[in-house]
Design a protein around this ligand. Sequence first.
Ligand SMILES: O=C(O)CCC(=O)C(=O)O
Ligand SMILES: [Fe+2]
Length: 198
Amino acid sequence: MNYETLYEKITSSLITDGYIVIEDALSKYLISELLTTAKQSQNFQQAGISASNQKHIDENRRRDQIAWLDEDGSCVSEYLSFINGLREYLNRSLYLGLSYYEAHFARYKEGNFYEKHLDAFKNFKNRVVTTVLYLNEDWSEEDGGELLIYDKADNVIETVIPHANTLVVFMSEEFPHAVEPAKKDRYSIAGWFRVDKR
Ligand SMILES: O=C(O)CCC(=O)C(=O)O
Ligand SMILES: [Fe+2]
């Protein structure tokens, strides 16, 4: 698949707004394969909070479960090839020097949420660009689980319904965000382009 138009759209929005929400971003088929892979994964673990990967689990702030992506299935490879093209495009056009991408499937069960947070800590300079791809077919407004994106003045600037094939991309240091409690299982792939070494 040729993703150039999508890369161009993401890049220009990152320049003007710092973020973008795109519905129907990728192929429907790819999204349903990714959902099947996520649902079948045996690797989900309770997510932690701390910056340093030490498992400090704080259930008051975050209740989702995560499974780090590995390139075993063809749909995961296809998704990562889209992502790698985006990484190269961003590096070519914005000189971001993104060196790699880490990503996990996330599952929020009924009642799970993620309090308002930033994905990157200013002094660390590690996570530069965040991506979230939603995998939920037939998600309606009553199902909760919205992503709220805030500006620096703490106003909600976007309320994103986690519909299958909606892709969100934003500058990690700039946008506090939160996940509202989900009312049924909510699946996504959250990922981060980083500038440090693996
Ligand atoms: O799933 C989402 O909408 C956002 C998840 C998130 O903020 C994170 O994993 O850091
Ligand atoms: Fe986040």
